[in-house]
Ligand binder design. Sequence first.
Ligand SMILES: Nc1ncnc2c1ncn2[C@@H]1O[C@H](COP(=O)(O)OP(=O)(O)OP(=O)(O)O)[C@@H](O)[C@H]1O
Length: 271
Amino acid sequence: MTDLLAVDGLGVRSATGRVLVSGLSFSMRAGDRLGLVGESGSGKTLTALAIAGLLPAGMTASGSVVLDVPSLPRTEVVGAAERRLNRLRGRGVTVVFQEPLAALDPLMPVGRQVAGPLRRRSGLRGAALRRAVLRALAEVRLADPERIAGAYPHEISGGQRQRVAIATALACEPALLIADEPTSSLDVTVQAEVLALLGDLVGARGTALLFIGHDLGVVTGVADRLLVMKDGAAVESGTARAVTCEPSHPYTRELVAGARRLDDALGGMLR
Ligand SMILES: Nc1ncnc2c1ncn2[C@@H]1O[C@H](COP(=O)(O)OP(=O)(O)OP(=O)(O)O)[C@@H](O)[C@H]1O
């Protein structure tokens, strides 16, 4: 099987030339679940944006990010023209961000927002499209999809919004879904539900998942492999089990000890 995503020596610099990410290399195949974990400011989000070709204006990427998605031309994202990247986004790679309010249009009922990618992907129109929207909302386990479809983003809860954002992202049938702290703004119970849902949905579709988070307990709940980042570089990588059971880098040991302390304080809930 060939790599779906091959990141080789990725670097990101700010407009003023500050090195924010450097020398990052990893690869993913169809259906893989990789967790990028590290403290705030370690470069996780910029890595995600660089992979999707969405770095803010002025920032520059170096190295190589190759996305090789079935039925799409193999694309070198670094330096690619916007037109090329547009073909890749959606079917190739889709991102779910931490704050769904930022991703959803405040002035459009959420049903119409899910309908956009569904229509583009499937060509459905009219009543058939409407049924597909309701199915997509039911699939992310939203009770009463009819009501949710007609609601504006501010009329539903944070957990419901994140489910809508996931439904919208999956409606594109992406080969790679990047989820950047998708549950950090949610309370713990809702967070656990949304994580389980995300795991089930990508599993059922064979979608590769790049899951980003600062909380090792959360990330290991979804990812099979981990890449630990610190100060814009990878300090350790391996299977989730190896990294959490036998961390070799002092920073990873700190992360593991922190997650254990939290787990003990919660009476082993995370085990
Ligand atoms: N638009 C920007 N201009 C300049 N520097 C930036 C910009 N965005 C991020 N940075 C810097 O790049 C570094 C990496 O940021 P990034 O957002 O990737 O970290 P992160 O690991 O995702 O953190 P968090 O968990 O807080 O989102 C940080 O030092 C940050 O201050």
